[in-house]
Design a protein around this ligand. Structure first.
Ligand SMILES: [Fe+2]
Length: 259
């Protein structure tokens, strides 16, 4: 047995869909109830789904009984304020796990690289069912910000940088890629992140919106990249030294990551 995966994601691991006309929609994300939830960077989250429909963001596998990132329960108070976002998450017709709006404060390139992580979307996911991937719908207009994807955490030559203007729509295998967002600001960034189960429904949705890899990275000065790599190495060494001094094992950098 093996997981059902999307052919469109098989080779590249991500696709960019047609832009959504974000300006035509109300800014529902500004009305939602957010909770403090540490992710990669300075973040809060507004759950549209959760394990039991409560306003909380814990992974479904951390609840009783533990379960995988599917069958999210709508959070009544938040979906009442965001019918358009709910409809967009439902449009593919694929099973939805976690679905939430992230609020991310501005950061810098080195900070984003330090925060690179892989998601744990498929914990407890039964073999033979659909692999969980994630949709990213950028809500705020952050054309100078990028989501960074790397096949190899420490190798910038594997880096893909995808700009995040309002209405940008991506689907990413975030368990495959190391990823984080470099958000230039100055205002917070808002993005709807949805866990979808791979399968024919999601494949049809990707085809409908012409999902494909982007053709070219936006340029970035090699010196900026090298300096940021050095800064990340310095921060990681510093962190390792602190942890070693405390006599602890260096477990995962983040307990729960969403962006
Ligand atoms: Fe993530």
């Amino acid at each position: 047995m093996s997981y059902i995966r999307s052919n469109a994601l098989e080779e590249t691991g991500y696709v960019v869909l047609d832009r959504h006309d974000q300006a035509a929609d109300p800014k529902e994300w500004l009305d939602l109830e957010y909770v403090d939830w540490k992710s990669s960077g300075d973040t809060r989250f507004a759950p549209l789904t959760s394990a039991f429909g409560d306003v909380e963001c814990n992974g479904f596998w951390n609840h009783t009984p533990p379960r995988t990132d599917k069958d999210g329960v709508w959070v009544p108070s938040n979906v009442a304020k965001a019918p358009v976002l709910k409809a967009r998450a439902e449009e593919p017709g694929a099973n939805i796990g976690r679905c939430r709006v992230i609020e991310l404060q501005p950061n810098d390139y080195a900070g984003a690289l330090y925060n690179l992580h892989q998601d744990d979307n498929n914990r407890l996911n039964p073999d033979g069912t659909g692999w969980i991937v994630r949709g990213f719908f950028n809500l705020s207009d952050d054309a100078d910000s990028v989501i960074i994807l790397r096949e190899d955490r420490f190798h910038p030559e594997t880096e893909i940088r995808i700009p995040l203007p309002a209405g940008a729509q991506l689907i990413v295998d975030t368990q495959r890629f190391w990823h984080a967002v470099w958000h230039t600001g100055p205002e917070p960034r808002y993005c709807l992140i949805t866990s979808w189960e791979s399968g024919p429904e999601l494949d049809a949705y990707i085809a409908k919106y012409h999902g494909k890899p982007q053709s070219q990275n936006p340029p970035l000065d090699p010196e900026i990249i090298e300096n940021a790599q050095a800064e990340v190495r310095r921060r990681l060494a510093e962190r390792a030294a602190i942890i070693a001094a405390k006599g602890r094992v260096d477990d995962d950098q983040f307990d729960e990551i969403d962006d």
